[in-house]
Ligand binder design. Structure first.
Ligand SMILES: [Zn+2]
Ligand SMILES: [Zn+2]
Length: 353
């Protein structure tokens, strides 16, 4: 098999050829046909997350190299372990499936209640174990494989992170009532997925804030009611005025100091800010204003297997605005990561081995 693992933090990913593994026990070997390139891979590649004020979260202690990144994977079942064949529930060689990558230990409290994505001993594909920047990936159990019949693989793969992350975050602010303004900050890959899903999940066409005019345009095409530039002078004040007192909920798909501050500034009383993006940084919180404004600040990390199952069903049912995807050859993984880092990708770049 061919893969492009991280061998040193910050260095380009080298092409590596390895013997294709044989699935054991409940394992399923998937031949990858589409693999999305996520912004969080840039942080994993760097080996750190920026915590602001000169601090960073060092991944070098927990990430064992070499590690193949890539957690938005769709493909075709290539081989089944002896137990997987018995437990497959209809998965056979040749079946086309999207992979749920947020796999946990299977036995802790989070895992037993179906929140494997929050497991303290994660085995997430492309984060803790080898993932999708390759032509094959090993999945520990067939229950992590979802049928995406009717959808192109280049779109189905994006549901596993950008779609699911947006869906999980929207779930945390629903239900809003029809008159409640909803703000989405950042219309990159995940934010744009949020714009596409917002109407369906919350019933509200969102307001979108992005500093990039091309991303604002993509957001309008994906169903945003209005798109504003949060860096324009007086942007927060104008938004509070236009919404008659501020937004009921803000989803920050960037997660930078400026974007979260903007979200906090435009919340109305009783509003909720959900931080989703991992760009990095820190903000100062004026504590008395939190109770006085009765606001809630929360976080959202990807989503559960049940949520991905629901999301794939929703996508299959149709009616969602199109997600712009840009297929590229697997060999172009390094250029693709560079383009993403430079903010040159609108929608999702998808590698195809
Ligand atoms: Zn991701
Ligand atoms: Zn667990």
């Amino acid at each position: 098999m061919r893969c492009y693992p991280v061998t040193a933090f910050g260095a380009p990913l080298p092409r590596t050829d390895r013997p294709t593994p044989t699935p054991q026990g409940t394992e399923v070997l998937v031949r990858i046909t589409a693999s999305g390139v996520c912004h969080s891979d840039l942080h994993l590649l760097e080996g750190k997350f920026d915590l602001g004020e000169g601090e960073s979260l060092d991944l070098a202690r927990t990430m064992k190299l070499p590690l193949t990144l890539g957690h938005e994977i769709a493909g075709e079942v290539a081989a089944l372990g002896p137990q997987a064949a018995r437990e497959s529930g209809g998965v056979a060689v040749g079946a086309r499936r999207v992979v749920f990558p947020w796999i946990g230990c299977g036995s802790c409290g989070f895992c037993s209640r179906g929140d494997e994505q929050l497991c303290l001993r994660p085995r997430a594909l492309g984060v803790s174990t080898d993932g999708g920047y390759a032509d094959h990936v090993m999945v520990p159990h067939p229950r992590y494989l979802l049928d995406f019949a009717g959808l192109p693989d280049t779109y189905a793969c994006t549901l596993a992170c950008s779609g699911l992350t947006a869906f999980g975050a929207l779930r945390k602010v629903a239900p809003l009532c029809g008159a409640d303004p909803l703000l989405i900050i950042g219309a990159g890959g995940v934010g744009l997925a949020g714009v596409r899903l917002a109407k369906r999940v919350t019933g509200i066409a969102p307001i979108v804030a992005d500093v990039d005019p091309a991303k604002r345009e993509a957001a309008l095409a994906a169903g945003a009611a209005v798109a504003v530039d949060p860096a324009a002078p007086g942007a927060a004040k104008a938004l509070i005025k236009d919404t008659g007192g501020g937004v009921a909920a803000a989803l920050d798909f960037v997660g930078a100091a400026a974007s979260s501050q903007f979200g906090l500034d435009v919340l109305r009383k009783g509003g909720r800010l959900v931080i989703v993006g991992l760009f990095g940084g820190s903000i100062r919180l004026k504590l008395p204003l939190v109770p006085m404004r009765n606001i809630t600040i929360g976080g959202s990390y990807v989503g559960s297997l049940a949520e991905l199952t629901e999301l794939v069903g929703l996508a299959q049912a149709g009616g969602l605005p199109p997600m712009p995807v840009h297929p590229r050859a697997l060999e172009q993984v390094n250029e693709t990561l560079d383009a993403l880092r430079a903010g040159r990708i609108v929608g999702r770049a998808v590698l195809q081995p």
